[in-house]
Design a protein around this ligand. Sequence first.
Ligand SMILES: [Fe+2]
Ligand SMILES: [Fe+2]
Length: 206
Amino acid sequence: MLCLTRPTDPAWVDNAVRHLDRVLADHAHCEMKAASNAMALAVRAAHLPGVVRQLVALAEEELRHFRQVLDELDRRGLSLGPPPVDPYAVTLRKLATSSADRRADRREGHASALVDRLLVASLIEARSCERFRLLAEALRERGPDDLRAFYEELLAAEARHFRTFVDLACEVNGGDEGRVRERLRELARLEGDLCAELASEPTVHG
Ligand SMILES: [Fe+2]
Ligand SMILES: [Fe+2]
C-alpha cells in the first residue's frame, strides 16, 4: 500500500460510488491543487534546478489530469463548483509541522521543512492511489465502465508520483535516504490516524 499505515474504511467506497457526482467534482479540484502545490514546491526548491524541473513536469501532468476530470464532468453535464474544504490535506500539513516542531534534532531549517512538504505530498499521492484503486474495483462490478478505466489509468500515475516525491525528498536532503524513510514512516502514522478519524465523505480524501 505504498507505505500507508491504515487502509481506507470500506464505508468510504460505498458512499463514494453512491455519490460519484460529488467525487468527480472534488477530484477535479484535487488535481488542480496538486498542480499548484507542485509549482509552490518548485518555488521553494529554486536553488535546486533538477528538482524544479521534475516538479514542473509533475505540475504539467496534474494539469492534464485536471483537464481530463473536467471532460468527465462535462460528459455528465456536471459543473465544477467552488472548491470544497479539504480537511485531510490541511490537517495533514498542520500535523507534520507540529510534529517537526517537537523533534529535538530539527537543525536544518529550510531543507527539512521542504523535505516534510515533499513527504506530505507523497502521502497524499499514496492515499489517492489507494482510493482510486478501491473506486476502480467497485466500478468494475457496478459501472460505469468508462469511469473504471479512467481511475485505473490515474491510480498508476499516483503511485508513480508517490515515488517521485520520496525521491525528491531524498535529493533535497542530500541523498540521506535512511533519514527520509524514517521521517516518512512517522508522517505515515500521523496520516493513518487522521484517515481513520475522518468521516467517510464522498470526496477523494474524505
Ligand atoms: Fe493527478
Ligand atoms: Fe498525482
